[in-house]
Design a protein around this ligand. Structure first.
Ligand code: ZN
Length: 257
């Protein structure tokens, strides 16, 4: 039965890839705009293109505030979103379907209750947001700038999809689902050491390859580390080799190679 099931799944995937085939010109344009995609070897680029078609088939894009999400925008988001799951597989993103694209960053007002029970209101500016079960929100301006901002390790799409992976076990804590308890303990050990060292560097005002925002919480640290891992891998490997090795094991990719 398993063989039959696999064959049926492969056939339905192949149909989806054909249905949502990305035209050559559009794919080349996407690679040219995001150099960290074009740097990958030919096999990875081909796998990424196929996975991006499956992503386009499974996700629903909608534009907010009158924004028209055209094919080029959808492909740009799909290709960047699929890079982290090139080996892990697209099923890791099955927990949500909708992607809302805003023209620009979004102002939000949030309430939170502090330890003394006092309610505070804070204004926040979001370039993206991943919520368990979706939808995901992305600011198109930030997505479009992802080619240029890769030089300093910043990428909003990869950041938000790292949160999706992290939340795969129901908790945003910087620990994605791992195959065993031993793996989980090892992960927590490396991540907490690196997180604390990073916090000290940020407090001391030392510039690092990672966005200082990563010092907010382990979940943000995992997300900004994943951004750097994929868009500025040599810098991350040079500065934080243990963190790079941890992510290379999890993503089963070695982008600095
Ligand atoms: Zn975040």
């Amino acid at each position: 039965m398993r063989g039959l099931w696999d064959r049926l799944r492969r056939r339905s995937e192949q149909r989806a890839v054909e249905r949502r085939a990305i035209p050559d010109a559009l794919w080349q344009q996407t690679l040219a705009h995001y150099p960290f995609l074009a740097r990958r070897d030919a096999a990875d680029v081909a796998a990424l293109r196929r996975l991006s078609s499956l992503f386009l088939d499974r996700k629903e894009f909608s534009g907010a505030q009158g924004l028209d999400v055209d094919d080029a925008m959808a492909v740009a988001i799909a290709a960047q979103a699929c890079l982290p799951v090139l080996r892990i597989g697209l099923a890791a993103y099955d927990g949500f379907v909708g992607i809302v694209v805003q023209p620009d960053e979004v102002q939000v007002r949030r309430e939170f209750v502090d330890d003394a029970g006092i309610v505070h209101e804070v204004d926040d500016v979001l370039s993206g947001e991943a919520i368990e079960g979706g939808p995901m929100m992305l600011s198109w301006r930030d997505v479009a700038e992802g080619g240029d901002t890769s030089a300093w390790g910043y990428n909003v799409v990869i950041h938000e999809f790292a949160h999706v992976l992290d939340m795969g076990d129901g908790i945003a804590d910087g620990v994605p689902p791992l195959p065993s308890q031993a793996e989980r303990r090892r992960w927590e050990g490396v991540l907490s050491r690196e997180y604390e060292a990073f916090g000290r560097a940020v407090d001391a005002g030392r510039g690092t390859v990672l966005d200082p925002y990563g010092a907010e919480a382990p979940a943000e640290f995992f997300a900004v580390a994943t951004e750097a891992f994929f868009v500025a891998p040599h810098d991350l490997r040079g500065e934080m080799p243990a963190l790079y090795a941890l992510l290379a094991g999890y993503y089963r990719q070695d982008p600095a190679r």
